[in-house]
Write a protein that binds this ligand. Structure first.
Ligand code: HSE
Length: 441
């Protein structure tokens, strides 16, 4: 190839032109010359399937590019790479399988579908000798998929901790730094266009659980289903608990945690207290971060924008570029999209939550009477839970007062048993609240 001469274009089909898809279209236009130079071939948008898209001359979206017939588009002869940004389970899954079967490589940002159907989709890609890029599926613009698959592939990993949902991180930051209650912080995130009108997937922790399934596959070579991830969202986190935890030296975050323990996988998403000086405790607003504890390397942190139009679009483009390079080199796609041959990916043996060991923050609404604190401590003690510190908040003539405790590490089984026992007594007048602490990450 001579200087200034390019090979034939790599032709793309885009399924879905919403926020991220629109970003992909913008970057393809804005960076066309740079991409052509990096690849030695131009990237060309050859079709867009989107039901509500209107032609847009400024973006180069002419009427003839737009179609409603995604099923026909993904098998079109002239398409090289299908970029799936519809989201959701169907028709995304079927369209991806159809595209792979007809020899296309696929790029997707669809964490929910991959978490549920990853074994099927990656298996199909391996059988067809095609690639599935999914960098945009986890933590948007942060190149964490490549990092785990390539950069960290020479090491073994003990644990992955992720702040991987920007909506939750933003809400918890507003609650922590600005004293807002959950519903007001959620409303602010919705006004800012960060939280969806129906925020359930985010605030319920499900989006983070989908991402954790993919991170665990790369880090540990296991395929988890979302239903195997213990998932607790942030809807029950109160301003009072955030403030009391801060007095104990902790910051509240929604963490997605995967650990390997002698072949068993701990996989959980829940509000977590972190020592306030820890680097993850200082990832605020809509930022995401992934903190990985590796055997030889030690700990590393990757942070940046986990969502948003252009940051997420850069992740899609990175996958397109990688596949385009492989195509140019005559490659037959990546058989190892998950960093392991797909047939060697194990089904995860998941550690039951009852066996998970944490320190805990506890809050009891306790009767302010002699002996009550001692009686609560005694139930905890009988269940093998040792108390590290206690704060009682004021008297103020109320029937009950908040008693805050921090415990030493104990299995969750013991804690659940102790709290159930305490709840049944007249010492407290509400269900005790608890938040898990990650003290030694
Ligand atoms: N809604 C997600 C978030 C981004 O708030 O981080 C897409 O997964």
């Amino acid at each position: 190839m001579r200087r200034g001469e390019f090979l034939k274009p790599i032709r793309l089909a885009l399924l879905g032109c919403g926020t991220v898809g629109g970003g992909v279209v913008k970057l393809l236009r804005r960076n066309a010359a740079a991409y052509a130079h990096k690849l030695g071939a131009p990237l060309e948008l050859a079709g867009v399937a989107d039901r509500s898209l209107k032609p847009d001359r400024a973006l180069g979206l002419t009427r003839d590019l737009i179609t409603r017939d995604a099923a026909a588009l993904v098998v079109r002869e002239d398409i090289d790479i299908v970029v799936e940004l519809f989201g959701g389970q169907e028709p995304a899954r079927s369209l991806i399988l159809r595209a792979l079967a007809s020899g296309k490589d696929v790029v997707t940002g669809n964490k929910a579908m991959l978490a549920e159907h990853g074994a099927e989709v990656f298996g199909a890609a391996a059988r067809c000798g095609r690639a599935v890029g999914f960098e945009a599926a986890v933590a948007g613009g942060i190149p964490i998929i490549r990092t785990l698959r390539e950069g960290l592939s020479g090491d073994r990993h003990r644990a992955v901790y992720g702040i991987v949902n920007g909506t939750c991180n933003s809400i918890l930051t507003t609650m922590s730094l600005r004293g807002a209650e959950f519903k007001d912080a959620l409303a602010a995130a919705q006004r800012a266009g960060l939280a969806e009108p129906d925020p359930t997937l985010d605030i319920g922790g499900h989006d983070a659980a989908h991402k954790l399934c993919l991170l665990a596959a790369l880090a540990f070579g296991v395929m988890l289903k979302p239903a195997q991830v213990y998932t607790e969202g942030i809807t029950r986190v109160t301003q009072d608990d955030i403030a009391y935890a801060r007095e104990l030296g902790y910051t509240t975050k929604l963490l997605a945690i995967a650990k390997e323990d002698h072949g068993a996988i701990e996989a959980r998403v829940h509000p977590t207290l972190l020592p306030r000086e820890h680097v993850l405790a200082n990832i605020n607003d809509a930022y995401n971060a992934i903190y990985i504890d590796s055997d030889a390397l030690g700990t590393t942190l990757y942070s940046g924008f986990g969502a948003g139009q252009l940051p997420s679009a850069t992740a899609v483009l990175a996958d397109i570029m990688e596949i385009a390079r492989e195509r140019r080199a005559g490659g037959a796609g990546r058989a190892h999209a998950l960093g392991h041959p797909v047939e060697l990916i194990r089904r995860a043996r998941v550690k039951p939550m009852a066996d998970v060991i944490c320190e805990y923050y506890l809050r009891f609404m306790a009767r302010d009477e002699p002996g009550v604190l001692g009686a609560i401590a005694s139930v905890l003690g009988r269940n093998g839970i040792s108390i590290a510190s206690v704060i009682q908040k004021g008297r103020g003539g109320k029937k009950t007062v908040p008693v805050i405790m921090r415990t030493h590490a104990a299995p969750e089984r013991n804690l659940v048993r102790a709290l159930a026992r305490i709840e049944r007594t007249p010492m407290v007048d509400a269900k005790p609240a608890f938040i898990r602490i990650e003290e030694n990450l």
